[in-house]
Write a protein that binds this ligand. Sequence first.
Ligand SMILES: NC(=O)c1ccc[n+]([C@@H]2O[C@H](COP(=O)([O-])OP(=O)(O)OC[C@H]3O[C@@H](n4cnc5c(N)ncnc54)[C@H](O)[C@@H]3O)[C@@H](O)[C@H]2O)c1
Length: 243
Amino acid sequence: MKVLILGGAGMLGPYVVPLLAPHHELRVTDINPLPFDFAGEFRQVDVANFDQVMAAAEGMDAIINLSVLRQDRQLAFDVSTRGCYNMMRAAVAHGIRRVINTGPHFAVAGPTYERFDFALSPDMPPQPGTNLYALTKALGQEICHVFSEQYDIYVQTYLFYNFHDPATLTPGTDATPFSASWSNAMEIFLPGLAIDLATLPSRCEVFNVFTDMPHGKFSNEKAKRVLGFQPKDDISRLWHKVK
Ligand SMILES: NC(=O)c1ccc[n+]([C@@H]2O[C@H](COP(=O)([O-])OP(=O)(O)OC[C@H]3O[C@@H](n4cnc5c(N)ncnc54)[C@H](O)[C@@H]3O)[C@@H](O)[C@H]2O)c1
């Protein structure tokens, strides 16, 4: 499959690109150069620039959006919100039916849910609150949702929060109840690209991506059930008391 990756030069890119490269023909893009070796196609693309996104999406079968800008008010809307708008318009124009968007867990489970303590689902009404990062990502997610209602495009959104390397975890490490290793979490992209779109519950689905956590504050059940995501990180030792 020919896959366009937007924002591939960030923290997730070095895990997603090598994972997908043996299985798919990648066109990796970012506004910045790639900080890692990649033998395939790379283009400099600003997601806020519709013409550039349109040109990059030509001939592609799927789009993965890893772009984000967290702090600056203008740029956050340009990248995290308008970038989704440009991506979806390009998907419509090029007949691309498979889109994978990404974001932080608080684009859905923002402050309103902080006191909730059990089985927080990716299908809850999104409550990002007013945090700029959460809000601009949530708006981008909603734009994807609206496009999926209007057009025959399937959007999967993967939500992440904290990443850990299980090999270096020591008792006392503060793992949030939404943690995973980089390598295990990124495996979600493989079934996301492979799944028969007609088997998705709807044209717009959101997934919590993290390993199994003992307290069950959040739920990753949907990622396992729908996409066959297999949590591999055993971080249960973090719950053992240090003597
Ligand atoms: N890293 C984490 O801990 C974490 C946690 C939760 C969710 N996420 C989500 O994962 C996804 C990827 O995050 P990341 O950590 O790799 O982010 P990052 O900030 O490391 O990388 C984002 C990339 O977007 C690029 N970018 C910025 N402006 C751009 C523009 N105008 N056009 C094109 N590209 C642009 C940056 O150059 C960068 O390479 C995001 O959706 C983010 O919300 C990440």
